[in-house]
Design a protein around this ligand. Structure first.
Ligand SMILES: [Zn+2]
Length: 212
C-alpha cells in the first residue's frame, strides 16, 4: 500500500463527501479570463521593468551603443528568449509534477490545451495541504529564481533584464490559474478535510457534508 494514502490523499472519495465546486481551465470563459488576466499582469510587470531602468537611470543603458543593442536584439535575444519561454513552461509543469509525486507517489498526467499547459494527478483525491503545496510550488520556486536573476541582470545588461522581466511577467500571469485555486482554498475551502481531484486543466473540490 502507498504510505501516503489516507494522509495526503484518498484513492476513493470517502463516505459523506460531496462535490462542492468544479473549475475547468479549458472552458471558454475561464480560459479566456485566465489569459486576459495573464496579459494584464504581463503589461504591469513590463511597465514596472521599464520604469525601474528609467528611475535608476541605468548607466549600462547609456554605455551600450546602438550597434550593441541591435546585435543583442536581432541575433542572441530572440533565440535565448524563445528557448527560455519554452523551458519555463516545461519546468513549471515539472515542478507541479515533482510536488505531486513526492506527496502522493501516484500516476501524473501532463498536457497542453488551447488555454494552458497542465500537470495533474487524475486518479486520486488529494487533501487540502497536499493540493496547496503542489499547486503553489511553481509560483513560489520560480518567483524566487526570477527575482534573483532580475536583480543580477539589472546591473549587467538592460536588454536581458527586460527579457527576463518579460518571462517573469509571463510566469506571474501564467500562474493565475494556480493562484485562483490557492485563493479558493484560502477563502471557500478552509477545512483541512477538503479533497481536490486535479486532472490538470480541471479541478474538482469535495467537502465533508457534516462540516460546512
Ligand atoms: Zn501551474
Amino acid at each position: 500500500m502507498n504510505k501516503y494514502e489516507g494522509i495526503n490523499f484518498e484513492k476513493e472519495l470517502p463516505e459523506g463527501y460531496k462535490q462542492a465546486l468544479y473549475i475547468n481551465a479549458k472552458s471558454v470563459k475561464m480560459g479566456l479570463l485566465m489569459n486576459f488576466i495573464a496579459l494584464i499582469v504581463l503589461i504591469i510587470v513590463m511597465v514596472l521593468a521599464f520604469l525601474s531602468l528609467k528611475l535608476y537611470d541605468q548607466p549600462l543603458m547609456k554605455k551600450l551603443n546602438n550597434d550593441d543593442v541591435e546585435y543583442h536584439i536581432s541575433f542572441i535575444s530572440p533565440f535565448i528568449f524563445l528557448f527560455s519561454m519554452i523551458a519555463y513552461i516545461v519546468l513549471h509543469e515539472l515542478v507541479h509534477g515533482i510536488a505531486y509525486k513526492k506527496l502522493t507517489n501516484e500516476k501524473l498526467t501532463f498536457g497542453l490545451s488551447w488555454s494552458c499547459a497542465f500537470c495533474g494527478v487524475p486518479n486520486i483525491y488529494t487533501y487540502r495541504k497536499t493540493a496547496i503545496i503542489s499547486v503553489l510550488a511553481p509560483f513560489v520556486f520560480f518567483s524566487i529564481v526570477f527575482i534573483i536573476i532580475l536583480v543580477i541582470l539589472y546591473f549587467v545588461n538592460p536588454i536581458y533584464y527586460l527579457m527576463a522581466a518579460f518571462i517573469f511577467g509571463l510566469h506571474v500571469g501564467g500562474c493565475s490559474g494556480d493562484l485562483y485555486v490557492y485563493i479558493l482554498f484560502k477563502t471557500k475551502f478552509k477545512n483541512k478535510n477538503t479533497l481536490m481531484r486535479d486532472t490538470g486543466p480541471e479541478q474538482f473540490f469535495y467537502i465533508k457534508e457534516d462540516n460546512n
